[in-house]
Design a binder for this molecule. Structure first.
Ligand code: IFM
Length: 453
């Protein structure tokens, strides 16, 4: 992905084409069609149907029905003037059992989607894994099972062999740190496991999967731009006590440093390595994990506060949300300075990489108003501020290749169900009616005119 910081003027105007402007989604959150087209079950199908797992008992069986309405959604992308669209491929649509036989109907779906994007001049950007592990692999432990990494590489081969002639931008994993923490340590996401020790195997095997997948991906995709979309929060000490300051450093190492350093420098930071069980990392693993990549994907949303928690073995810290008078529908604080912090930190720590903001957005309780308008002015302010800091970093010389709003559509927000709405386009999940929000029109004019005001 080429960057544009050389072409940036010093004013607030964005030269058209300076950044790849896009929007992002993920398969389980929008596709629906859970039992259609030969798709196998995923861990989210099982988890979401467990009583109490998701608010109001909601699930992604239908979601935004994008599997059926994909052409209408392409038309919306054109209307917004998107230059790029980041979607994820559902592993259980391609290998319904996680391994072995290929479901060509699943590949056909993404093939049509990619052709539709290209026909409209929208760059397709694919993510191979956005948390919907085939349930059949979970029966062996999911990411606790080393072989899952090998099957992921086979799956990557199947997908890139089919789409790699047209899709050049690939994220292997979405937010492996969040998947580990929420799914394997806290148990609030699928697969719903709850044990601190799971951190090591769940992390290491996802990262090994990433490294192993790079081989088929490079072989099948000429000029591929590849990376991981990392979830990066700014972590600060909850108080000025020295133990909380140490906790903040440690939280940053476990949530971010381990993932960044293993993939980009081939080692786990000392604080993680020293508590890593001896049988998890095999000789040669870190060479595989740190195979060269082209892009650092940044999924940025919030700031966290860390506190020392000596009784929380292994970690020794806890993190909490910042209390704010105006929380988002997720209970999060708006903190654009944290995005600036991460863009600058990544540029200084990993200067060879191009950075792409692969997700950034705000969950709100948007409602359809009179005359069919969704007046989400708070989202416009949020985007203006976050895009503003992104452009300021670009002007200051940070190599940034693109910016993707999370999300194109109001979608299934995991354990929160359909309550928090992240879309540039509103979705009525009863009728599947789509409505472009005020923020969608605002983003369209930004892309077309380069005017951030
Ligand atoms: O909806 C999620 C997405 O799946 C991963 N990144 C954060 C988003 C908002 O919570």
């Amino acid at each position: 992905m080429t960057t544009a910081h050389d072409q940036m003027p010093s004013s607030n105007a964005v030269p058209p084409g300076a950044l790849l402007w896009g929007a992002a989604t993920s398969a389980y959150q929008i596709e629906g069609a859970a039992h259609v087209g030969g798709r196998g079950a995923s861990i989210w199908d099982a988890f979401a149907h467990q009583p109490g797992a998701v608010e109001r008992g909601e699930h992604g069986d239908v979601a935004c029905d994008h599997y059926r309405l994909w052409e209408a959604d392409l038309a919306l992308m054109s209307q917004l003037g998107l230059r790029a669209y980041r979607f994820s491929v559902a592993w259980p649509r391609i290998h319904p059992n996680g391994r072995g036989s290929i479901n060509t109907t699943g590949l056909d779906f993404y093939d049509r989607l990619v052709d539709g994007l290209m026909a409209r001049g929208i760059t397709p950007c694919a993510t191979l894994y956005h948390w919907d592990l085939p349930l059949a692999l979970q029966e062996h432990g999911g990411w606790l099972w080393r072989d899952t990494a090998r099957y992921f590489a086979d799956y990557a081969h199947s997908v890139t062999q089919r789409l790699g002639d047209r899709v050049k931008f690939w994220m292997t994993l979405n937010e492996p740190s969040a998947h580990t923490e929420l799914g394997y340590v806290m148990g609030v996401h699928a697969p719903g496991l709850r044990r601190g020790e799971h951190y090591f195997a769940a992390m290491h095997h996802q990262l090994l999967a990433h490294g192993l997948a790079l081989e088929p991906l490079r072989a099948n995709v000429r000029d591929a731009q590849v990376g991981i979309a990392y979830n990066l929060a700014q972590i600060e000490p909850a108080t000025d006590r020295s133990e909380d300051q140490e906790a903040a450093i440690r939280a940053d190492v476990f949530a971010h440093g381990a993932y960044l350093e293993a993939t980009l420098r081939g080692h786990y930071p000392a604080d993680v390595a020293v508590v890593m069980p001896a049988d998890i990392v095999e000789p040669g693993d870190l060479d595989i994990i740190s195979r060269p990549v082209d892009v650092i994907g940044v999924n940025y949303y919030l700031r966290l506060l860390a506190r020392a928690a000596p009784l929380r073995e292994i970690f020794g810290y806890t993190t909490e949300l910042v209390k704010t008078r105006r929380p988002t529908a997720m209970g999060w604080e708006e903190y654009p300075a944290g995005l600036a912090y991460w863009l600058n930190r990544l540029q200084s720590e990993y200067p060879d990489q191009t950075i792409v903001v692969t997700e950034n957005g705000i969950g709100l309780p948007d409602r359809l108003g009179p005359a069919g308008v969704i007046a989400d002015t708070r989202r416009i302010d949020y985007l203006r501020e976050h895009i503003g800091v992104t452009l300021a970093a670009l002007r200051a010389g940070v190599k940034i290749g693109g910016y993707f709003v999370w999300s194109l559509l109001d979608n299934f927000e995991w354990q929160c169900g359909y309550r928090p709405r992240f879309g540039l386009v509103g979705v009525d999940h009863h009728t599947q009616q789509r409505t472009i929000k005020a923020s969608g029109y605002w983003y369209a004019q930004l892309i077309a005119s380069g005017n951030l005001e």
